[in-house]
Design a protein around this ligand. Structure first.
Ligand SMILES: Cc1cc2nc3c(=O)[nH]c(=O)nc-3n(C[C@H](O)[C@H](O)[C@H](O)COP(=O)(O)OP(=O)(O)OC[C@H]3O[C@@H](n4cnc5c(N)ncnc54)[C@H](O)[C@@H]3O)c2cc1C
Length: 500
């Protein structure tokens, strides 16, 4: 029996573990053992169920991701395989509204905006979010020829340079930075489009204009919705999806299906040695060690680096240069009768140019049905990111007070509203930054690790930070290792491949 050591029990590690369990059930003589430094599995996925301190019921508080992109299939596939597909939770789109803070005032995100491009005329011309010169500059996108790409040239640029070139600085500052940069908690001046949203670069080349590209995309989506309407009894197809019991339902179901008895928590791998050409040994934080035939390092880049360094300096150097930024989410619950503002919205985005401590707020109990008991409200503030690492030096109490003050100032929270409870989740160096050099680094890491038998790296620091990407990354790592042993795994069998 071959043994694979998995380091890290986040999405990528669990994705790898569950894939190995599926391979074992196909008759392959392999097993895994997973080590997770923390006392719990899930990594950045962390849901806390908080009993209502003032009555019956419970709050479901997501400390890390609160959703995944519906169009990406990996989570649906895993949810089907583990039996939690029926617990997928669409957003409550009857209350879908997004506010953007602009010059100190909240403006509704105009209907028809896709990413940062308007696709509907009336909402665009009537919004107070942009100045008239800003709107005219955005519309000029329709006439700017696409960037010329020489044959063989790799097309990439930063989010800042792309948006400013096509749609002007106001579009970047007021819309693209909070909407698009915010997803990655990234600095638009550094963020590589090829590594994060390559579709934007392709769209420019294909349509000659982003607005034309997005208008065409919107029409295609509308046509698909007409062609394949939601059947009676089916859940609505919303842009984002979560789970009835929070995002941790996903990682819990993966851990359960993969086999928790083979997962050790509260134990970190302190170093990796090769015992032979194809043998590995992991030294553990309790002084013991374990031998295996392969290792999947499914940790953050900065924890992978020292583990990999003795085996390949160049990979370790590349890992060391992936920048990361820290952030925190602060969830606070209230009585609905006390909040004093209209909670019928998904949340608020605060562009950097507004100079606020708060990057964004989610009205969690509005966006996701069942996140708070009847008559209660759950709000979540997001702080930190590459431009405001200093704020994370504040104590928990100071962070709660900071977020409360921002909620009062920006959302219009009643100063007398008493928090029922608050929860803070800090994500130290938790968000990898995909800068312009990112894809080169990842190519180097992949090419060199392909030469090292029994070693694979996985996780959100390589080819996508999104929840589905991380699962697939863990699965790819398993395929790499098993491929070296001549094992080609069958595709997962699920009833229907087209989920949405
Ligand atoms: C605040 C926040 C909000 C987010 N929101 C969303 C969202 O809404 N939607 C979305 O799609 N994505 C979101 N993301 C991104 C997504 O959550 C992450 O990209 C993803 O969870 C990373 O998974 P991972 O398995 O690569 O890493 P992790 O979850 O970081 O797991 C790595 C694990 O390795 C462990 N580890 C490290 N070193 C060792 C060692 N030496 N020995 C043993 N264990 C070790 C760590 O403790 C950790 O548990 C968000 C991220 C953050 C931080």
């Amino acid at each position: 029996m071959k043994r694979i050591i998995i380091i890290g029990g986040g999405l990528a590690g669990l994705g790898a573990a569950y894939k190995i369990t599926r391979a074992t059930s196909e008759g392959h003589d392999i097993e895994f053992i997973l080590f997770e430094k923390d006392r719990r599995l899930g990594g950045k996925i962390f849901t806390e169920i908080v009993p209502d301190p003032s009555g019956e019921g419970r709050f479901i508080v997501d400390g890390g991701p609160d959703c995944f992109l519906t169009e990406k299939p990996a989570c649906h596939r895993i949810a089907k395989l583990t039996g939690i597909f029926d617990d997928e939770l669409p957003t409550d789109d009857s209350r879908r509204r997004t506010w953007i803070l602009s010059r100190g005032k909240l403006h509704q995100l105009p209907d028809g905006v896709m990413m940062f491009s308007p696709t509907k005329f009336i909402p665009f011309v009537t919004t107070g979010l942009f100045s008239w010169p800003g709107k005219i500059r955005m519309a000029i996108d329709l006439f700017i020829p696409p960037k010329k790409i020489a044959p063989g040239e790799f097309n990439d640029e930063t989010l800042e340079s792309f948006v400013v070139r096509r749609m002007g600085r106001e579009c970047l500052d007021r819309l693209a930075e909070p909407l698009v940069g915010g997803v990655h908690a990234s600095d638009p001046r550094q963020m590589s489009l090829a590594a994060t949203f390559p579709r934007l670069l392709e769209m420019e080349q294909k349509y000659g204009s982003l607005m034309k590209g997005f208008i065409s995309t919107r029409r295609k989506v509308e046509e698909m919705r007409r062609k394949y309407p939601v059947k009676p009894g089916e859940k609505p197809r919303t842009f984002f999806t979560s789970f009835v019991n929070g995002m941790q339902q996903l990682t819990d179901s993966m851990a359960g299906a993969a086999g928790r008895e083979r997962m050790r928590t509260g134990l970190s791998v302190s170093s990796l040695q090769r015992t032979s050409e194809d043998g590995w040994r992991a030294s553990l934080s309790d002084g013991s060690f374990i031998n295996g035939d392969a290792v999947i390092v499914a940790t953050e880049s900065w924890t992978a680096e020292p583990l990999v360094r003795p085996h390949d300096e160049a990979i370790a150097d590349a890992l060391a240069t992936i920048p990361t930024s820290s952030s925190a989410t602060v969830s606070i619950a209230f009585n609905e009768s006390e909040v004093g503002f209209d909670i019928n919205a998904f949340g608020v985005l605060c562009p950097l140019v507004e100079g606020r401590a708060l990057m964004a707020a989610t009205y969690s109990s509005t966006k996701w049905p069942g996140r708070a008991p009847e008559g209660k409200v759950l709000l979540r503030g997001f702080v930190g990111g590459p431009h405001n690492q200093e704020i994370l030096k504040r104590s928990d109490e100071e962070l709660v007070q900071t977020v409360l003050a921002e909620f009062r100032d920006i959302l219009g929270l009643n100063p007398n509203a008493k928090p029922l409870f608050s929860r803070i989740f800090r994500w130290h160096l938790g968000m990898p930054q995909y800068t312009l050099e990112h894809l080169d680094r990842v190519a180097l890491i992949e090419n060199r690790s392909a030469q090292i038998p029994g070693l694979a790296l996985a996780g959100g620091c390589y080819r996508g930070v999104g929840v589905p990407n991380c699962i697939e990354s863990g699965e790819r790592a398993v395929s790499k290792v098993l491929g070296e042993w001549g094992i080609d795994l069958a595709e997962d069998h699920v009833e229907e491949k087209r989920y949405y």
